[in-house]
Design a protein around this ligand. Sequence first.
Ligand SMILES: CC(C)(COP(=O)(O)OP(=O)(O)OC[C@H]1O[C@@H](n2cnc3c(N)ncnc32)[C@H](O)[C@@H]1OP(=O)(O)O)[C@@H](O)C(=O)NCCC(=O)NCCS
Length: 183
Amino acid sequence: MRSMQSKNLHFEPLTAAHADDLLPILTTPSVLAFIDPTGTPPTLEELRAEYAARASGPVNLVTPAEQWFNMAIYLKADCSKAIGRLEATRYGEWGEVAYLLGEAWWGKGLAFEAMLWWHDYLNAIVPGTQWWATVHPANQRSIRLLTRLQYEELDSSRRPKLQSYDLGDRCFAHSAHVEEYPA
Ligand SMILES: CC(C)(COP(=O)(O)OP(=O)(O)OC[C@H]1O[C@@H](n2cnc3c(N)ncnc32)[C@H](O)[C@@H]1OP(=O)(O)O)[C@@H](O)C(=O)NCCC(=O)NCCS
C-alpha cells in the first residue's frame, strides 16, 4: 500500500465530494487564466459530475491503454478542505500530468512537494511511464515548478499527441531519456 502523504500534505483519490472545495479554487481568476482562459467555469453540479466521472475511470478512450489518476491535496495542518488536485492520464508508455493549487497556498513549495510525491506514487503504480506537461508560455510559476522537478523542455514538434496541448504551449517531459514521438 502506497503512503498517501508527504511531509506537509496528504492525498485522497478525487471524488465528486471534492468539488465543493475545489470549485472556488478553479474559479479564481489567477488560476483560470492559465487553465481555461477563454472557457466558462463549471457550475458546482458540472464539477461534481466531472469528478464522479474521473473517479470511475475513462469513458471515451483515446487508446485502449488509457488510465486516469486523480488526487485531492490536503494540508496535514488543516484537513478541513482540499487545497488543490493532481492529475495524470496515461496512454501507455507516456502520459500527461497536471496540477493545481489554490492561490492562497502558492509560493510555499507545496506544489513541488505534492508533485514529488505524485511522481513517486505514479512510478510505483505505472513504472517506466514518461510524463509530459504542457504550459501556457506566460505561466512562469508552472514553468519554474517543472524545471525544479527536472522536467526538460522540448520543441513541441517532438511531443506525442498530448491531449492538453493548446497552440503555443510549452512542452516539458520528465525523464533523462527522451524519445521521439510522431506529432
Ligand atoms: C503552478 C502552481 C501549482 C505553482 O505553485 P507554486 O506554489 O508557485 O509552486 P511551488 O510549490 O514549486 O513553490 C515555489 C515557490 O515556493 C517557494 N518556496 C518556499 N519554500 C519552499 C520550499 N521548501 N521548497 C520549494 N520552494 C519553496 C519558492 O521560492 C517558490 O517561490 P517563487 O516562485 O516566488 O520563487 C500554481 O501557481 C497553480 O496552481 N497555478 C494555477 C494552475 C496552473 O497553472 N496549473 C498548471 C497548469 S500547466
